[in-house]
Design a protein around this ligand. Structure first.
Ligand code: GTP
Ligand code: MG
Length: 441
């Protein structure tokens, strides 16, 4: 990251034409810098009040803007900050930022405002990450999760686990320091109980994080099955748009067609694939190969077959998976079919599609997020390290090993927890996290 003492400037709203755009200017001294752009630059500026001014570059008026000054530390970044609302043309925005830079500011890096908020203790790392998630959220569940994390949901859990560990470490240290004192003697049964309780609780957060991947990235549903069974018809019906070509000719779909939609508040990636069959056609075979690799990577496979036709034997090789749902289609033509399947639908007429949506939503989000916030990949890695260290500590205790070694493992575990909320993480990790933000955030 660049120097955190610089005054930084960036557009906080998306590029393009709009009625208004917001430009942020942050860093100590930003108000005196901004005064150079005001016509009446001696006026008293009260924090958190809205002012109207002509924005000038030298003697030229660039735009009429309104601005608010937030004084350190009561601002998003924890330092002096000005939010300027100007007219929304890109040329105006460019001129204003360029003038601010001429006067001593520099363009902000992606995520640099939030990075400063983190450095100034305005938020911990999980909360900073939640800002990026909130901006990127494209379903109701993802938005709610990010919001809970922004409100410190995960941080509270982590701080709680950490304080239990630190107390246990303190007990060990007391025993190491005063080995002959009776009052510091540890009840190791209670000690391991506490460790095993804390490791169970951390594991739960990890589990929730794994399940919750769907909430962040989207749940992957592949529609597969023999040719002509109505896969593309089903894709179109679930999307509510005419996305894939539907035709009575078997082998119509060749490429993988992927679209996302929201089902039950969860982002769902729906993939339509080529019909699975033995084929002498090279292009069709490539389509089938792609279909199979989609099936491999999906969270849920909807195997669609025609209730009026024969149940295709090649389905059997996918049956082993609990990710599979067998769906009989065209129930409008074969209402009396006694074929065994998980659900009978008519993709064309819409029968049972609501039920199918509910099943997908349920599978996509098994469990409720009310129990806590979902961890991301980075959190899960650190949480796993933490649990592993606790496990090692428990084995040492059980083998009546050295107290020093137990303490060492538990310190490692507490350190891994600290990394989740941003304590002791390297500059490189921080840069990686914040570089994924958009400019101006
Ligand atoms: N009656 C009836 N016809 C359906 C239904 N679903 C699909 N069809 C018809 O079945 C034919 C094949 O539909 P598609 O959706 O193209 O089938 P597909 O599985 O994508 O076929 P391929 O891409 O060739 O593998 C079309 O003529 C559809 O109109 C249904 O629920 N009821
Ligand atoms: Mg198709």
């Amino acid at each position: 990251m660049l120097d955190k003492n610089d005054i930084i400037a960036a557009q906080a709203t998306p590029p393009g034409e709009s009625a208004l755009s917001v430009i942020r200017l942050s860093g100590d001294g930003c108000l005196s810098l901004f005064r150079n752009c005001m016509v009446n630059n001696n006026n008293k500026i009260t924090p958190r009040r809205v002012y109207l001014t002509d924005f000038i570059a030298g003697s030229e008026i660039i735009d009429q803007v309104i601005f608010v000054f937030f004084s350190n530390p009561e601002s998003y970044t924890g330092e002096d900050l000005i939010e300027i609302s100007c007219h929304g043309g890109q040329y105006i925005v460019k001129r204003i930022i360029s003038e601010l830079c001429t006067l001593g500011a520099r363009p902000a890096e992606p995520g640099e405002f939030t990075f400063r908020a983190f450095l100034n203790g305005k938020m911990d790392l999980t909360e900073a990450e939640a800002v990026a998630d909130l901006i990127a959220s494209d379903s109701e569940k993802a938005r709610l999760n990010a919001l809970m994390q922004l409100n410190g949901g995960l941080k509270k859990d982590i701080q709680d686990f950490r304080s239990v560990l630190l107390n246990l470490i303190a007990e060990l240290e007391a025993e190491l320091e005063f080995p002959d004192e009776e009052f510091v003697e540890i009840d190791y049964e209670r000690f391991t109980d506490e460790l095993s309780d804390i490791s169970d609780r951390i594991r739960k957060v990890i589990e929730r994080g794994k399940k919750g991947r769907a909430v962040r990235e989207g749940f992957r549903v592949t529609i597969a099955g023999p040719p002509n069974s109505g896969k593309s018809t089903l894709l179109n019906a679930l999307l509510g748009e005419d996305r894939a070509i539907v035709h009575e000719t078997a082998g119509t779909t060749r490429d993988v067609i992927r679209e996302y939609t929201e089902i039950g508040g969860v982002k769902v990636w729906l993939t339509d694939t080529a019909g699975l069959r033995q084929s002498g056609d090279e292009i069709e075979n490539e389509g089938i190969r792609r279909a199979e690799s989609e099936i491999e990577a999906s969270d849920l496979i909807l195997y669609i077959f025609d209730l009026c036709g024969e149940f295709a034997a090649e389905a059997v090789k996918y049956f082993v998976s609990e990710r599979l749902m067998i769906i009989g289609n065209k129930v409008d033509l074969c209402e009396d079919s006694d074929c065994e399947c998980d659900l009978k639908i008519s993709a064309k007429r819409g029968d049972n599609l609501e039920e199918l949506r509910e099943i997908i939503a349920k599978r996509a989000f098994s469990g409720s997020i009310e129990g806590g916030v979902i961890a991301n990949e980075r959190h899960i890695r650190s949480l796993k390290e933490s649990v592993d260290a606790i496990e090692r500590a428990m084995s040492i205790v059980n083998a009546k090993g050295e107290t020093e070694l137990t303490a060492f493992e538990l310190r490692d575990s507490a350190k891994a927890l600290g990394e989740v909320i941003g304590e002791g993480v390297t500059e490189e990790v921080l840069e990686n996290i914040f570089s994924r933000f958009c400019v101006g955030k």
